[in-house]
Design a binder for this molecule. Structure first.
Ligand SMILES: O=C(O)C(=O)C[C@H](O)[C@H](O)COP(=O)(O)O
Length: 217
């Protein structure tokens, strides 16, 4: 794919606009991947960020892609060009990073799937704009200025849309979603570790359903 700014923005917007909240997942046991993805996607959160923080992450992406057709599966914690290539092979439909590097921007320029870099400062954002990106994860959102920072970015960078992630929970998400430059919000609060460890898909499904009501404000 030879991305233009417009085609990349459109591809990322299709992901951003598919759900108000993006669960950020850290899957330790491969057998959890499909029931977890179903609990989320069947309760209104189809966009999933499966982080490459665990050994089974790529295999988890493959399984979810194969067995949960209503999920929109992306890979998170993509740090290097090799990560990008391997998640494309696994079937991820988007890739997202906690930051941004020249190496990743170069690898993303002709990658088969859209890449969503993260920024925390105006200068990082401007480097992304130079590479033709106008859709970013804002990470780590809460500790990088949160709502106030996003309001400040809206002035000079009116064309940019964000997915703030990092330190956000159900109580904080509505104020982010109310900002015109916030498309969707990432977070892990709907997958509490105790529920995941216990295979309590009912609780995770209920928390996911609650996320879909956060946009109604
Ligand atoms: O691993 C990555 O690529 C990340 O960007 C980190 C995650 O986005 C945050 O860990 C979000 O998690 P919470 O703060 O628990 O909601």
């Amino acid at each position: 794919m030879n991305w233009t700014s417009a085609s990349r923005n459109a591809a990322v917007d299709a992901v951003f606009d598919a759900a108000p909240i993006v669960p950020v997942l850290s899957i330790e046991r491969l057998e959890d991947a499909v029931p977890l993805a179903r609990a989320l996607a069947d309760n209104g959160l189809p966009v999933l960020e499966v982080t490459l923080r665990t050994g089974v992450a790529r295999a988890a992406i493959e399984r979810i892609v194969r067995e949960v057709p209503n999920a929109i599966v992306g890979a998170g914690t993509v740090l290097r060009p090799d990560d990008l290539r391997s998640v494309i092979d696994a079937g991820a439909v988007f890739a997202i990073a906690p930051g941004s590097t020249d190496a990743l921007y170069e690898a993303a320029a002709d990658a088969a799937i859209p890449f969503i870099p993260a920024i925390a400062t105006a200068s990082e954002l401007m480097r992304g704009l130079d590479h033709g990106h106008a859709r970013f994860k804002f990470f780590p959102a809460e500790s990088s200025g949160g709502i106030a920072a996003l309001k400040s970015f809206a002035g000079p960078f009116a064309q940019v849309r964000f997915c703030p992630t990092g330190g956000i929970d159900a109580a904080k998400a509505p104020a982010y979603l109310a900002l015109p430059n916030v498309a969707t919000v990432g977070g892990s609060w709907m997958v509490p570790k105790a529920a995941l460890d216990a295979g309590d898909w009912t609780t995770i499904g209920r928390l996911a359903a609650e996320c879909t009501r956060l946009r109604a404000r």
